[in-house]
Design a protein around this ligand. Structure first.
Ligand code: ZN
Length: 91
């Protein structure tokens, strides 16, 4: 596992001082099915297929990812570096 870079900052409040490493539980990978609105794929906070494979754990633990927790505003997040380019765009 890569250590979190020290220049990481909270996407909500911008604080870098109040961050702590946290194991986050994210949503299952999006599976497109007929009749399902594809826009729903972005309704969840984060899905397994939004995270780069190199940052995912072995099955069946893919939904647990190494993230950060901001004690300042109570936001849990995954580093931008661990997300797919597509997900960063839709953020
Ligand atoms: Zn924050």
């Amino acid at each position: 596992m890569n250590p979190h870079p020290s220049d990481e900052s909270c996407p909500r409040c911008g604080s870098a001082a109040a961050l702590a490493p946290k194991l986050l539980l994210i949503d299952e990978a999006w599976v497109a099915t007929p009749g399902k609105d594809p826009r729903m794929a972005y309704a969840a906070d984060l899905r397994v297929d939004d995270v780069l494979p190199s940052h995912l754990r072995e099955a069946p633990l893919q939904q647990f990812v190494e993230g950060c927790y901001c004690r300042n505003c109570g936001t849990g997040f995954v580093s931008e570096q661990a997300l797919t380019a597509e997900r960063r765009r839709y953020k």
